[in-house]
Design a protein around this ligand. Sequence first.
Ligand code: DLL
Length: 424
Amino acid sequence: MIWDHGMETMDRSRLEDLQKTRLNWTLHWAKDHVPFYSERLGALEQWDAHVSERLQELPLTKKSDLRDHYPLGLLAVPRNQIRRYHASSGTRGRPTVVAYTEHDLSMWAEVVARSLGAAGLEPGQTLQNAYGYGLFTGGLGLHAGAERMGVAVIPASGGGTERQVQLMLDLQPDGLAATPSYALFMAETMQSMGVSPNDISLKVGIFGAEPWSDGMRRHLEESLGIDAVDIYGLSEITGPGVAMECVEGKSGLHIFEDFFYVEVIDPKTLQRVAPGEMGELVLTTLSKEAMPMIRYRTGDLVQINAEPCVCGRTSVRIARIHGRSDDMLIVRGVNVFPSEIERVVLGQPGASAQYQLVWEGHPSRPDLVVELEESSPGALNQAALGRRLHAALSVHLMVRVVPAGQVPRSQGKAVRVVSRMVED
Ligand code: DLL
């Protein structure tokens, strides 16, 4: 269903006018309330109608800017206006903290309600929410959006997987929200408990927070008996619900452009790329009070599709999230994205969806090994998979089949790449 028909199907010229008004507001709000932006935005003029074009003259904001102002140096409101904090785990360095006013939380709940609508959920239905609750934005983000829509939430959080399956049997939810890698583990657990997709009532999976391929989509759809759709977001911008795939199209994620202004830049030249070309997604918030973000470099590599969608939404879509630029692996001088490896692996008959990429050998000349489990013993032709990987990626990767259960199972964001290199 389309949750906010007026906004989600707005005529593009009206949408662009709204964006300009909101961009002007955001730039002035940030300049007037955040010293970091006051310095950067200098003598900001009223750009009014030209603001979308002139925006590219402004400096980009990076993750390191949030770290440098840790914890709350980028706040635009006094502390007593804040109603919620979230934080990144800091796995890639110092953690970052984000903050929300009541108005920000309401906007976030609204975009998540739209996302649930795009997934096909309706008021009165039930969502099992297996994103982690806590500082991570997944759990509470989906939770608030479901409540906004009038969808009952089972706040299962991550982990306790057999209990999650039992809850699905007992409470018969219509939707499941989880990372795709955790949904995969749930499907596997269901099977080992002798529960079939016919025993549960799930219709749709709302999967995101990590890159996943169409092969993974097919696998999850079959093993859970559902439609699987992609949800995108990041805590710096708000959390889940920045963009969402519609169940009708399943072909890219609609960006909620009345709240987030989209640019795509070449990560090297930092200039905007031509429409439809791959580049790094840069987002500017259009209504956020507590921590407005101007030209935030997401690190995510995307292509934008501006074609109309079958669902009737008028926003542009992220055609695909190829992964983060810092996820890129360099194997013998060749750039390889883990998501590309997943696409090939899951397209190979006999491969299960449980795989991991392992650096082995000496650090001076490491090998990348694709360790994976088979769908059933002896089902996979390793040499054939090796050839397909070579054809797709132009580099040789070793393929190793490991016994069932050996690839570590994910209960949140999967760790796809590990190192077992040995120094001599
Ligand atoms: O992962 C928010 C979220 C929660 C999104 C639940 C979807 C569902 P962070 O922990 O700040 O926020 O991580 C954000 O995760 O920049 C991407 O690199 C990656 N990411 C998020 N969604 C997707 C997706 C949440 N659908 C970072 N596909 C982002 C690929 C994704 N990568």
